[in-house]
Design a protein around this ligand. Structure first.
Ligand code: FES
Length: 139
């Protein structure tokens, strides 16, 4: 092998190495990305002084509406999370600072992150604002 042949083969192999590295980096990006939270779009209000929403006047109270569970987590503090489990879509309810799925035992924290399986995808968390007795849920 003369010098020209050596340089050509070295450049060729170097190019293959770079291409392989780029593919590996790209495949790692795909496998390490997390799925985005799932839940319906929401934009509605409710009056906590009116039935059936008065449960939201009590800390720990919750109401399900429009595919969203609204929770009173502390005095004048509210949270809203998607009601459907991201595993197989069962309707969940609020219990002890978690959203709990009755079908296969999945659970989510108050930010919508998976606490226990089998779900792997978080549930959507909504914005809740309060003005007097009116809660506005959006997201
Ligand atoms: S549907 Fe919720 S854990 Fe399976």
């Amino acid at each position: 092998m003369d010098r020209k042949q050596f340089l050509r083969s070295t450049l060729f192999l170097g190019g293959l190495g770079l291409a392989s590295s780029a593919l590996l980096v790209e495949s790692c990006k795909k496998s390490s990305s997390t799925s985005s939270a799932q839940g319906p779009s929401a934009n509605f209000t409710l009056d906590i002084s009116q039935s059936p929403y008065t449960a939201l006047k009590t800390v720990g109270g919750s109401v399900a509406l429009n595919g969203v569970v609204v929770i009173c987590t502390a005095t004048n503090t509210y949270n809203a999370l998607a009601q459907a489990c991201t595993h197989q879509g069962c309707s969940m309810s609020y219990s002890s600072n978690q959203m709990v799925c009755p079908c296969h035992g999945g659970s989510f924290d108050m930010n919508g992150n998976v606490v226990s399986g089998p779900p792997s995808i978080p549930i959507k968390k909504y914005t809740v604002t309060k003005s007097g007795n009116i809660l506005t849920i959006s997201g």
